[in-house]
Every structure is written in structure tokens, then in C-alpha cells.
Design a protein around this ligand. Structure first.
Ligand SMILES: Cc1ncc(COP(=O)(O)O)c(C=O)c1O
Length: 307
């Protein structure tokens, strides 16, 4: 490593050997078939064993842009994004710093997700919730970087959604051009949908299922598209009815639905995002939201964490 913390790192796209384009699989499910709807699964969960789904598409452009500098990013104690960043750091020999929400966690044993990050070499820096909320404010960010001893780091926002990530996700849309009428994806920060919609053909539609409660996401997606492409792109909208109470909230009905989907199709169903997406699509199909003859593609953006 040189004085400014840079290392000469290999090109992430070749070094990480992704499975791209990700497979597109048709599944037989009578809840769709009886309404004349075909269901395809876009298996982004198979892109890479550690950089799964949208993590690959969002992180790799940022890893290239970091050009060997340490990479610093943010997340909660169960963040998939922190885990993926830590794994990428290990695979590419880059140092990573994870800024974790919750100062109180600093004095407790690490949960399995954070323990995995640490095992992958990520340096964890815990901050209080109020500072965390203001982390995009330039003065707060500068103070956090100083306190984390990471002033030269390349900073990736929470959830990994910046303009580069959104442009990376445009490739997901491009892989699905003319393969489906409607492409649906679960949304957290909205970066994946922002890119996906931009990559689709003009007669295709992108549908986002937010897993957080709040109704603020459409504005944020528009902002992300403007930062990545200069203006709003593609045809997209959101259906806000399937968050099940908010992030990481579930119900016995949703759990039973996900168990049943796994048993029917042999697909491991990630519970925080993908279960809500698939539940939403079954409900919308049963409501008659898609005309007969519609081909629907569901993006499988993640897989369950190993126990
Ligand atoms: C498995 C999974 N699916 C979907 C998303 C949502 O992605 P985005 O934040 O780009 O909306 C995430 C969050 O990063 C995720 O971990």
C-alpha cells in the first residue's frame, strides 16, 4: 500500500468472474397461468456467490472508480450492502471501512452479519443514530471520515446507490430488453429500479415494490436518474402496498407465502426484499392488474443469508 492508502487492485469485472448476463428462467405457477400471465425469474442472485444480485451491479462500477483507494460505506447492523462491500474488499485486496448505525453496538458482541464483515477484513466504525441520519451533510461526513481515520477513502452511500451504481443497474434493464412486458423489482433506496428502468426498451414497463414504508421513494428515484443520466428515464412506477409494515417487518402470512414459494419452485427466497416482491406480484395478478398475454419478469435481487 502507498502513503495515501492506494493499492494497485485488479480490474473488478474480470477478477471477480461474474455470471453475466444472469439467467432468465420461466416458471410454471398456476396463480399466474390462470390469468394468462407468464412469469420469468431474472436470476441476479446467481451473478456471484458473494456479490449477489444488485450488489454486483452497484458495487463494481464503484470499485473501479475507487482505483485502489480504501472504500468506506454505511449501513445498519444487518446491511446486505455492508456484507457485499466487505466481501468485495477481501476478494480484490482492497481495504474497506463500514460505518455502522448505532454507537451502542460498539460495546456488544458482533451479530453474525457484522462478524462476517469483520472476518472479511472490514474495519467497523460505529456512530450514533443522530450523526448517522446527517451523514450526507458535508460537515458531518468530513467529521465521520476523520473519526474513522479514513480521510482519503472513496465514499459509497448507504445502500450503494449513487450515480455510478444506477448506471451499473442500467445493464440489468439492457439484459431484459424485449424479454418481458413488465419487469418488477423490490426497492430499498430505489437505485436498482432507477437503472433498470433506464435500460429497458421504450415499450417495456418497470414496476417497483418498496419494502420500506414512507411514500418518499418516487422522488428519490427521479433524483437518482437525474444524477446518473441527466433526466428521468424509462417508464416506471411503484406500488406501495406490499411493505408489510416496513423494513425487515414480516407477518405469518408473508412467511408462509415465502416457504410455499420455495417448496413449489426450489428457489431460496430472500425474506427482506424478494418475498415482498413475489407476494406483490401474485396479489397484483390475482387483482387482474396485468392483461392476459403479459410476460412478467421478477428480478431476484438476493438470496437468503447462509445460517
Ligand atoms: C436483496 C435486495 N434486493 C433489493 C434491494 C433494493 O435495492 P435498492 O436499494 O437499489 O432499491 C436490496 C438493497 O440493497 C437488497 O439487498
Amino acid at each position: 500500500m502507498s502513503d495515501n492508502g492506494r493499492v494497485s487492485s485488479p480490474d473488478p469485472t474480470t477478477a471477480l468472474r461474474p455470471r453475466l448476463p444472469s439467467p432468465l428462467q420461466e416458471i410454471e405457477d398456476d396463480r399466474f397461468a390462470r390469468h394468462g400471465v407468464r412469469l420469468l425469474l431474472k436470476r441476479d442472485d446467481l451473478i456471484h456467490p458473494q456479490l449477489i444480485g444488485n450488489k454486483w451491479r452497484k458495487l463494481v462500477p464503484n470499485l473501479s472508480a475507487a482505483a485502489g483507494r480504501p472504500l468506506l460505506t454505511f449501513g445498519g447492523a444487518y446491511s446486505n450492502h455492508l456484507r457485499a462491500t466487505a466481501a468485495a474488499g477481501r476478494l480484490l485486496g482492497l481495504s474497506t471501512v463500514g460505518v455502522v448505525r448505532g454507537q451502542e453496538l460498539a460495546d456488544r458482541p458482533l451479530n453474525p452479519a457484522l462478524a462476517r464483515c469483520a472476518a472479511d477484513g472490514m474495519r467497523l466504525h460505529f456512530i450514533d443514530r443522530s450523526t448517522y441520519r446527517h451523514k450526507t451533510d458535508p460537515a458531518t461526513l468530513a467529521a465521520v471520515l476523520r473519526a474513522a481515520d479514513a480521510e482519503g477513502a472513496y465514499v459509497v452511500p448507504e445502500g450503494g446507490s449513487n450515480a455510478l451504481a444506477v448506471r451499473g443497474c442500467r445493464e440489468l434493464g439492457a439484459e431484459l430488453r424485449d424479454r418481458a412486458d413488465v419487469v418488477a423489482v423490490a426497492c430499498g433506496t430505489g437505485g436498482t429500479l432507477a437503472g433498470l428502468a433506464a435500460g429497458l426498451a421504450p415499450d417495456q414497463h418497470a414496476l417497483g415494490i418498496p419494502v420500506l414504508k414512507g411514500g418518499f421513494l418516487a422522488e428519490e428515484i427521479q433524483r437518482l436518474q437525474e444524477s446518473a443520466f441527466g433526466d428521468r428515464r424509462g417508464h416506471w412506477d411503484l406500488d406501495d402496498r406490499f411493505h408489510f409494515g416496513g423494513y425487515a417487518r414480516t407477518t405469518p402470512g408473508l412467511d408462509a407465502f415465502a416457504d410455499d414459494f420455495e417448496a413449489r419452485h426450489g428457489l431460496p427466497v430472500e425474506r427482506l426484499y424478494v418475498a415482498k416482491l413475489l407476494y406483490g406480484l401474485v396479489s397484483l395478478t390475482e387483482e387482474g392488474a396485468f392483461p392476459r398475454g403479459t410476460t412478467l419478469a421478477a428480478v431476484i435481487t438476493g438470496s437468503p443469508l447462509p445460517a
